[in-house]
Design a protein around this ligand. Structure first.
Ligand SMILES: [Cu+2]
Length: 235
């Protein structure tokens, strides 16, 4: 916008325009995350985007922290990077979606560039996972390591804040579980006992199989917990 234009539209409008720019910028810059699904308990593919280097320096490594409530993640292969999932021991073993006992969880996903990502280019990393059963903000603190320096994208954006912090953690809102009525709260304990829970799990399964094509037809023939088990095994 030229100075002359600014002068013509006057100070209030210019201020408004400046605010718009401020709000619009993060979508194309920063490190951000975009989920394919946001419903609690749903399977989702998250795309983490790196929009620039560290003050001009090319990006060598991106380390994404897996938040609590998610124990297993599956990164998509990325030809320009080596991908590693690091684990950490759980305080107490838990049962995973397949009924197996888990003693450790996936703690971070680390992408190490074979050739550093130049500052003027962006890149994207996909991670598949099941969202937690609770609604609310889900943040993935991320460390961007560059040839010179690093940026810690770990700052929380306070609710209702007019400005975001300088280096906000990539985050999105987990929304109400599809199918509703308490599925989110009770799924882990008594999913088999509740028809409503089984039903909503089944639709998760359908989504999952949707991408496989022929699988959706087969799934229609299988009822209740069998479908649930199949859907989850697929994950
Ligand atoms: Cu940025």
């Amino acid at each position: 916008m030229s100075r002359r234009t600014l002068a013509r539209i006057g100070a209030p409008a210019a201020a408004a325009a400046a605010v718009t720019l401020l709000v619009a910028a993060p979508a194309s810059a920063h490190v951000t995350v975009t989920p394919t699904e946001t419903a609690a308990g749903a399977y989702s593919v998250l795309t983490f985007s790196v929009g620039h280097g560290c003050e001009g320096s090319p990006t060598k490594k991106v380390t994404i922290q897996v938040p609590e409530g998610i124990n297993t993640v599956t990164p998509t292969r990325q030809p320009f990077y080596d991908v590693e999932v690091t684990k950490e021991k759980l305080d107490e073993p838990i049962k995973d979606a397949h009924g197996n006992e888990l003693t450790e969880r996936d703690a971070t996903v680390v992408y190490t560039a074979k050739t550093p990502l130049p500052d003027g280019q962006r890149d994207a990393f996909e991670v598949s996972l099941q969202l937690p059963e609770e609604e609310g903000t889900l943040a993935f603190p991320t460390i961007q390591t560059c040839e010179k320096g690093e940026t810690a994208w770990i700052e929380e954006t306070p609710e209702g804040a007019s400005e975001e912090p300088e280096s906000p953690a990539p985050a999105f809102e987990v929304t109400a579980a599809e199918g509703g009525d308490g599925h989110g709260a009770s799924a882990s304990s008594d999913e088999k006992a509740e028809p409503a829970a089984a039903q909503s799990e089944k639709s998760d399964g359908d989504n999952l199989w949707g991408g496989v094509g022929a699988g959706a037809g087969i799934l229609g023939l299988i009822a209740g917990s069998t479908a649930l088990a199949l859907g989850r095994r697929k994950a």
